[in-house]
Design a binder for this molecule. Structure first.
Ligand code: FES
Ligand code: FES
Length: 167
């Protein structure tokens, strides 16, 4: 069986330029985890349901299990590894920690990426809007209540100090 022809692409991941050589069906999530060793992006359902693989592409949440790596030519990808700056958690990460918005943590990277983008667009979301946005991220552990509380707290914190990073 002949191997599929690989293509070379250039993309930006967490602010750094990368060249990737990938076969056409290589998924973005596998390229991130296997080729770039960015294993903070998790793989759950592998078919677009659980949200664990969520990354940002040009600032918008995308399911990396439904995206081919070669589609990222020329695009800017951000993963969970880019969220804390110099080891300082973002307001959202800090609030998830303080409000016990995670247990096993499997869903957490996807939730953080989804809501880092969401809170930029919706600085003052209602609980219903938060729950609606959260419906694309499955969590088996928390029952969601503390995640909602954490997102509310992060929103408040970010309104007060948009450049907040945790001490
Ligand atoms: S692994 Fe991508 S949505 Fe579940
Ligand atoms: S904390 Fe375990 S799946 Fe959400």
């Amino acid at each position: 069986m002949s191997s599929m022809q690989k293509s070379s692409i250039t993309l930006t991941v967490n602010g750094h330029n990368h060249e990737l050589v990938a076969e056409p069906r290589k998924l973005l999530v596998d390229a991130l985890r296997e080729d770039l060793r960015l294993t903070g992006t998790h793989v759950g359902c592998e078919h677009g349901v659980c949200g664990a693989c969520t990354v940002l592409v040009d600032g918008l949440p995308v399911r990396a299990c439904l995206t081919y790596a070669i589609q990222m030519e020329g695009h800017e990808v951000s993963t969970i590894e880019s969220v804390a700056v110099d080891g300082q958690l973002s307001a959202l990460q800090q609030a998830l920690h303080e409000e016990h918005g995670l247990q096993c943590g499997f869903c957490t990277p996807g939730i953080v990426m989804t809501f880092e983008a969401f809170l930029k667009e919706n600085p003052e979301p209602s609980e219903a809007e938060i729950r609606d946005a959260l419906s694309g991220n499955l969590c088996r552990c928390t029952g969601y209540q503390n995640i909602v509380k954490a997102i509310q707290k992060a929103a408040e914190q970010m309104r007060k100090a948009p450049d907040y990073v945790a001490p």
